[in-house]
Design a binder for this molecule. Sequence first.
Ligand SMILES: Cc1cc2nc3c(=O)[nH]c(=O)nc-3n(C[C@H](O)[C@H](O)[C@H](O)COP(=O)(O)OP(=O)(O)OC[C@H]3O[C@@H](n4cnc5c(N)ncnc54)[C@H](O)[C@@H]3O)c2cc1C
Length: 435
Amino acid sequence: MTAEGTLPRVAHSLTRSGGVALPSVEDVRTEVKAWLEENWDPDATVGQWWDTLARAGYAAPMFPEDCWGKGWPRDLAMAVNEVISEHGAVGPPAGLGYLLAAPTIVAHGNERQKQEDLFRILSGQDAWCQLFSEPGAGSDLASLGTRAVKDGDEWIVNGQKVWTSTAKQCNVGMLIARTDVDLPKHKGITYFRFDMTQPGVEIRPLREMTGRAMFNEVFIDNARVSNDDIIGGLNNGWAAANTTLMAERTGLGTGGTGGAGNAFPGPIAGQLDDRVGDHVGQIRTGGTGGGGMAAANRMLKLAQELGRNREKPIRQKLAKLYTLQQIGRYSVLRAKNPNQRTGGEANIAKLMMSDLLRLQREVGNEIIGANGMIMGPDTPGHGVVQEVTLFSPGPSIYGGTDQVQRNILGERVLGLPKEPGPAKDTPYRELLVNT
Ligand SMILES: Cc1cc2nc3c(=O)[nH]c(=O)nc-3n(C[C@H](O)[C@H](O)[C@H](O)COP(=O)(O)OP(=O)(O)OC[C@H]3O[C@@H](n4cnc5c(N)ncnc54)[C@H](O)[C@@H]3O)c2cc1C
């Protein structure tokens, strides 16, 4: 791989620059197919393949051309993913770096961050976790108490984060910390690229009812972060954090993107030197536990397998699941048309995803009956229903709870009165916050 700062790029044959017309979906499919014929090598390592994909602009085609993308709209980016998938190649890196940190750097990062930090995400060299929630700041995230205090060209960080998904596998964190207690709570926050591997960072896993320990507590004790790693400017972290949260809602609502399989990025997971062909066909890690757009088909197949597809209550629920899934799809399509946006699409999409998962849980358990109480790949439903059942409360909590999504829709889209609270310009130090 090339050293940082001297990163060559593949010339873009069909791009949107200087008013040049966008290619058609068919043009993109043809271009990507030809490129894959030439470049996909199942015997390369995962790291080499991601490097090639990122340099070609196909890891994140929606990003602008100066951010390792093609500047293409969603439908063209989806065409890229489809072709990668059809070719049996591996898509871009999984995880929160790709989903959340990358769009935040595109929107708020400086030139160095776009060239180096963003490239390290798109090429899978770094794995990022999201250091937002705290024991006293979840829905009211702007109340966060983790402090960063200036010390020369660095900041000294102290505090505790919680529910940090995949922290154990990540070498970098999206850290939001309070840098000025005299400013109002939304204004004294700064967003940092934070080294998770340094002394003073202790990660303690939290075991969930799925049996896994996907999320963690992170204790930060006199850890350090450089001034150069501020993303979006000092005390402007709330704006950057909102970009992350918007990406989270949109990503969760649409079920994300990706090719036929992917590995987990970064040096800790240890997959960068694997043969990339061995990761084809694997499902994306850290996902929604099976609540994606294929839910109705999966449940239909299960009902057929178990001979329960003729029972009326099950058929009705399957039809409801399919209907909800299609409404979700149409909402996503509508959101693509800038003239028809209400501003609440991401919130609606996320609410829809939570509903879909709950309904999938309901119909799945009705189909497998008492088998829902036993877990394992050889149980009816192949463990998928059981997995969805145990994971289903999660999506209505992470990325902002259902209630918070409705508050946002009420206040920002419908213009309803805001919740009562202290005046917006009250300095953080004068607020009553959970500590
Ligand atoms: C599976 C999973 C993964 C997660 N991963 C991460 C991660 O990687 N990084 C990270 O930073 N965080 C993560 N989280 C944390 C998540 O963002 C928070 O749990 C969430 O924001 C809610 O905060 P809380 O848990 O403190 O609940 P609280 O904010 O205490 O809310 C408790 C209840 O009160 C309701 N409520 C609160 N305020 C209002 C209001 N104003 N109006 C109406 N109802 C309200 C909520 O809807 C909820 O039902 C994850 C959570 C889960 C479940």
